[in-house]
Design a protein around this ligand. Structure first.
Ligand code: 8Y4
Length: 275
């Protein structure tokens, strides 16, 4: 996969560490956002074995407050600049074309867009770059998407959406080697619909595009184990390994060290030369 400055080998699973650059994640004691603390957290994740970092300046959780363009740029750009020497690709979680442009200018390697580059101007913002592009499925809008998710057939509908978006990007002249697809666990899906997608991930495959999977700490796990997000590590690891078995390539996670260990065991089990 082509990912900005990097050519990624997807022959082994990659771990993407989540960095939420928001005041509720990294505050300085007065409740203001501390860029330094966010950067420290990212460096720690790289030490723990993260293969890439996903930097987000706006919470995309259901019901979260929207953030202005300037505020999102002020959060994300200094982190990209500070981490430019970190030796791993920097992904930016945004749906705003102006943030994409600013982030790429500042040296970002990948755009992770929960809106799949559907915002006017988004494709144009990334077209003349070599950045990786994560195209995710979401039904509805973050504020209301969990109210009444509906599909004729979630596996079929999500697959068709992703195939259409990938085709639109390729038609716009984007190298298919830049594209990774994501079924968007938790984005306008019931728990049952999320598990249906995970169970049948192999049948959702579009061409030879790789998968990025994000279930870390999500409510589809809490629905089953009945625990708060911070206590969903074991559930997250179980889902992650099943996702790899079903053909996943990149895991978007909060708990990098633990996920790296789990992935190592999965790889060892798969390695028939280890006898
Ligand atoms: C606890 C912690 C409970 C976090 C829920 C959450 C994805 C994503 C998100 C994903 C891609 C989240 C930005 C939601 N999820 N991007 N972003 N794929 N590509 N919720 O699954 O982590 S934010």
């Amino acid at each position: 996969m082509q990912c900005g400055r990097f050519e990624l080998d997807l022959g082994r699973p990659l771990v993407m560490g989540i960095l939420n650059v928001t005041p509720d994640s990294f505050s300085d004691g007065t409740g203001e956002l501390s860029i330094e603390r966010a950067v420290q957290r990212a460096r720690r994740m790289v030490e723990e074995g993260a293969d890439m970092i996903d930097i987000g300046g706006e919470s995309t959780r259901p019901g979260a407050d929207p953030v202005s363009l300037q505020e999102e740029l002020d959060r994300v750009l200094p982190v990209i600049e500070a981490l430019h020497d970190a030796a791993v690709p920097l992904s930016i979680d945004t749906f705003k074309p102006a943030v994409m442009q600013g982030a790429l200018q500042a040296g970002a390697d990948m755009i992770n867009d929960i809106r799949a580059l559907r915002e006017p101007g988004a494709i144009e913002a990334v077209a003349d770059s070599r950045c990786g592009l994560c195209i995710m499925h979401m039904q509805g809008e973050p504020r209301t998407m969990q109210v009444a998710p509906h599909y004729d057939d979630v596996v079929h509908d999500v697959k068709n959406f992703l195939a259409e978006r990938a085709q639109a990007l390729v038609q716009a002249g984007i190298n298919p080697q830049r594209i990774v697809l994501d079924p968007g666990f938790g984005f306008g899906k019931t728990a049952g619909q999320n598990y249906s997608m995970l169970r049948r991930l192999d049948s959702m495959q579009v061409g030879s595009y790789p998968w990025l999977l994000g279930f870390s700490r999500k409510s589809m796990l809490g629905h089953v184990v009945g625990r708060e997000p911070r206590d969903r590590l074991a559930a997250s690891l179980a889902a992650a390994l099943y996702g790899l078995e079903k053909g996943g390539h990149i895991l978007r996670v909060h708990d990098v060290a633990e996920t790296v260990d789990a992935v190592k065991i999965w790889q060892t089990i798969k390695d028939e030369s280890f006898v």
